[in-house]
Each structure stands twice: as structure tokens, then as C-alpha cells.
Design a protein around this ligand. Sequence first.
Ligand SMILES: O=c1ccn([C@H]2C[C@H](O)[C@@H](COP(=O)(O)O)O2)c(=O)[nH]1
Ligand SMILES: [Zn+2]
Length: 161
Amino acid sequence: MSGKRTDYISWDEYFMGVATLSGMRSKDPNTQVGACIVSEEHKILSMGYNGFPTGCSDDDFPWAREGEPLENKYFYTTHSELNAILNYRGGSLEGATMYVTLFPCNECAKAIIQAGIKRLVYDSDKYNGTPSTIASRKMLSAAGVDIQKYEHTGRTVTIQL
Ligand SMILES: O=c1ccn([C@H]2C[C@H](O)[C@@H](COP(=O)(O)O)O2)c(=O)[nH]1
Ligand SMILES: [Zn+2]
């Protein structure tokens, strides 16, 4: 055997795969989101998933979607994109790309823009058309962030854990 392998995964498959794996750490029973931030040199800089802040127990804080604001998850969850940005300890994210398994909400869009992230690759767009994602798209576009829908290749990867 002399030539190189040809069936290796692409950069997009690799980074969206890492984002997907990161999302599998989420305890949210309804929507698990993973994010992976990558440098212009294809180096992984940071990762994140949606969950409660450090010190806020996954067993004590609520995962419900409904009910009083203090009794459901929305006031308490840190979104995967923000976690990925905050988890980065290396300095600037200027020019980086974020791979994320769900199109970002308006709050995450603001954090992405302010962090200097210039390219966004997303997978699910299940909240497309809601005020939050409309505002998000509007801000990301105005800020010049290159938004790309991840194109599934159909490749299945099995990892035995
Ligand atoms: O930009 C986003 C938007 C949402 N999330 C997280 C926050 C929640 O944990 C879930 C959404 O829950 P639903 O039950 O689908 O309303 O997704 C995120 O990480 N990033
Ligand atoms: Zn968000």
C-alpha cells in the first residue's frame, strides 16, 4: 500500500461531528446543542454545549419548558455557543469559524459577533422563522458574518465507546 487513504472525513464533517459529539453532553431533554470553534488554520479552539452554569446542579435546576419563568429552564441555561466562547482561554477569536448544531438565537448571535467570529456553519434550523432567529440572522448578516448551512454528506460514523 503506497498511496494515502482517500475516504478520510472532510474538515466540515470533522468539525460538525465534534460539535455534534459535544452536544451529546447536554442534559436538556428536548434540545441538545453543540458548538465547536475553529481557527483559520483548522485548529479547534473551543467547544461547548447547552447546560446550566457551573455550580447550578443539573438535578436541582428545572429542565421543563413550560410553567413559571423561575420554574422552567430558560432563565438558567447557558447556550452552547456562549459556552464555547466563554470556554476559550486563549485570547482572541477574531476570524474564527463556529460550527453549531442549531442555528443561533439572537443572544448567541450578539456574542458571536462581539467575539469576532467571522463564519458560522449550522446544521438544524428548527426555529427558523421565529423572532429570535430572524433577529439573529439580521444581526449576523449586518455584521458580515458568513452564514452557511451544513450540507450533510450522508456518511455515517460509528464510534464504539
Ligand atoms: O442559540 C441557541 C438556542 C438554544 N439553545 C439551547 C437552549 C435550550 O437548552 C435549548 C432549547 O430548548 P427548547 O426546548 O428547544 O426550547 O437549546 C442553545 O444552546 N443555543
Ligand atoms: Zn442562543
